[in-house]
Design a protein around this ligand. Structure first.
Ligand code: DCP
Length: 433
């Protein structure tokens, strides 16, 4: 990682730090592979739907715009005064582009299954956010280095939404122990308070939520999974399912759900959402694709325009959040959460998506069992992976390397390897991997 504006590897290179970060990231294979990883619908199930790549690009575009506005609106500190309390649009853009690199194939189901396998058998963890750092700091290679992309401290900390050592007992999200050493060193150098993320990381995180809470619904409407009629908020099954989801997983605790009349809030959000849809649909001359685009854009603007910075007295730090009249806009936070849950109950819990999850689980479990023993796994893993293992022998466990290899696969590549091993007849072995 680069702490300061260091010397350039190529003489005559006059790019600034973040131009280098941006170039290294978007030219990396891990970044390209995001195009083949599922967001909600399986990658490859239709060119219209988001993949992890198009999602990351949308997050970066929203985050960059908001960052620029915040820079004009607030008197932010310079990187020299306090590096964790400034917002640079270019840093936020690169952090957003990199924030989902650690996602395995088949979306969150892949993450859950890999974690179960590592935990059950080896007492290790797998987590997408932690894997980001493993990829950026060790697994990716660039010209001039065999280990990691050597990104700037600002970008690495801009991706670090969970500033904890994941390997501590009881932690569900964070950074694996080995990478945490480096991240903690940077945090100490920057004087970051315990448990606080930089403003850039917080902004990236909020823009991630803005992007997926709106685009998942756009995809869901297109897929015909979200009924576009005013009856949605009268649909007791959907309302009840949403209420149950919120009770089971209240998200950010500052939302204080217990202080409100939950059924009316849910109905209000659903009816507001649909009123807008009906009006927009009419304004767009009844053309569904234009109406979907228009509605998504309106919701993104509604959320993005409310983002601001507040003091967080509980943490003695600053918070990037929705703001109205100088205070946190909890109503808007709740609205966003309800839209996320609407995608959850209408799309993710749909039996076809659940079947895809089931299929993913079977594939990842069987691939895992094929590679997990070193003596047999080393014969079927690509040679460069085996070389990396030999290079780091004693420091990297084989099972961690297998998790790295499997999680780097796109959905289609995982399907291909699975078919080679388990389908009755595989394709040509001379097809390039
Ligand atoms: N079981 C799940 C959970 C989520 N999603 C989808 C919905 C969103 O499009 C996206 C959310 O994933 P993120 O990794 O961006 O989620 P968070 O930022 O909320 O989680 P984390 O903090 O773990 O990154 O994944 C899904 O398809 N299936």
């Amino acid at each position: 990682m680069r702490l300061f504006d260091t010397e350039n590897i190529h003489s005559g290179d006059d790019r600034d730090e973040y131009e280098k970060d941006y170039a290294r990231l978007i030219q990396s294979p891990s970044f390209r592979r995001l195009q083949g990883k599922s967001q909600v619908f399986g990658a490859g199930s239709g060119d219209y739907y988001r993949t992890r790549l198009t999602h990351s690009i949308e997050v970066s575009q929203i985050a960059r715009e908001v960052a620029r506005r915040l820079g004009k609106q607030y008197e932010l500190l310079s990187r020299r005064e306090h590096p964790g309390l400034m917002i640079d649009p270019e840093v936020v853009e690169v952090a957003a582009l990199a924030h989902d690199l650690g996602h395995p194939p088949f979306g969150h189901k892949g993450e859950e299954v890999l974690n179960d396998l590592l935990t059950e058998e080896f007492g290790l963890k797998y987590e997408g956010n932690a894997q980001n750092f493993r990829i950026l700091m060790f697994l990716e290679k660039r010209a001039g280095s065999d280990s990691g992309l050597d990104l700037s401290a600002s970008v690495l900390l801009g991706i670090n939404k969970y500033p904890y050592n994941l390997d501590e007992p009881g932690r569900l999200k964070g950074v694996y122990h080995m990478e945490w050493e480096g991240i903690r060193y940077l945090r100490d150098l920057w004087g970051m308070p315990e448990g606080c993320a930089t403003l850039e990381a917080q902004l990236m995180d909020l823009c991630d939520d803005i992007a997926y809470s709106t685009h998942d619904l756009e995809d869901g409407i297109r897929a015909g999974k979200i009924p576009m009629s005013r009856t949605l908020f009268e649909d007791e099954r959907i309302v009840a399912a949403l209420i149950q989801e919120i009770k089971d997983d209240p998200g950010n605790h500052s939302m204080n759900w217990e202080q409100i009349d939950l059924p009316s809030m849910v109905r209000k959000v659903l009816s507001g959402y649909l009123e807008q849809w009906e009006q927009i649909y009419i304004d767009c001359g009844g053309e569904p694709s234009r109406a979907r685009r228009e509605m998504k854009a309106r919701w993104v603007r509604k959320f993005a325009n409310q983002v601001g910075i507040l003091d967080d007295p509980a943490k003695g730090w600053k918070q990037v959040t929705f703001i109205r009249d100088g205070a946190q806009d909890i109503e808007l936070l709740r609205t966003m959460e309800i839209l996320k849950k609407l995608a959850w109950v209408t799309l993710i819990k749909d039996f076809r998506v659940q079947r895809l999850h089931k299929r993913s689980e079977v594939m990842i479990r069987r691939l895992w069992s094929s590679f997990k023993e070193y003596e047999t796994g080393k014969l079927i893993i690509p040679p460069d992976w085996h070389e990396s293992f030999e290079q780091h022998r004693g420091r990297w466990q084989w099972e961690r390397l297998v998790a790295d290899y499997l999680s780097g696969m796109t959905d289609a590549y995982a399907e291909k390897v699975y078919a080679e091993f388990f389908a009755s007849r595989s394709g040509s072995i001379y097809e390039r991997d």
